[in-house]
Design a protein around this ligand. Structure first.
Ligand SMILES: [Zn+2]
Length: 80
C-alpha cells in the first residue's frame, strides 16, 4: 500500500476534510470591500464614511465554500 498515487489521494482527501472542517468552523472572512471595518471611507475625505454596501456593515462575508453549501441547502429546500 505504498503506491504514491494512493498516498497522494489520501493526502488530498485528508486536506479536503480539514478544509471543509475549517470552513464549517470559520465560515466567514473579513469583507474584502471594507477590509473588515464595516464601513467605507470617502477617497476625498477620510472622515466621511458610509456603511459598507457589500456586507451591510456586518464586516464579514461568507466564504466561497460556505456560500456553495448554503446554495446547495437552499436548493434542496426549494425542491420540497
Ligand atoms: Zn464590507
Amino acid at each position: 500500500m505504498h503506491d504514491p498515487t494512493t498516498l497522494a489521494f489520501l493526502a488530498a482527501l485528508a486536506g479536503g476534510a480539514i478544509y471543509l472542517g475549517h470552513v464549517a468552523l470559520w465560515p466567514y472572512r473579513p469583507c474584502p470591500a471594507c477590509h473588515g471595518t464595516g464601513h467605507q471611507t470617502s477617497p476625498l475625505n477620510p472622515r466621511a464614511a458610509r456603511p459598507c454596501h457589500a456586507c451591510g456593515g456586518q464586516r464579514l462575508r461568507p466564504r466561497l465554500a460556505y456560500r456553495l453549501y448554503r446554495n446547495h441547502r437552499d436548493h434542496k429546500e426549494n425542491q420540497r
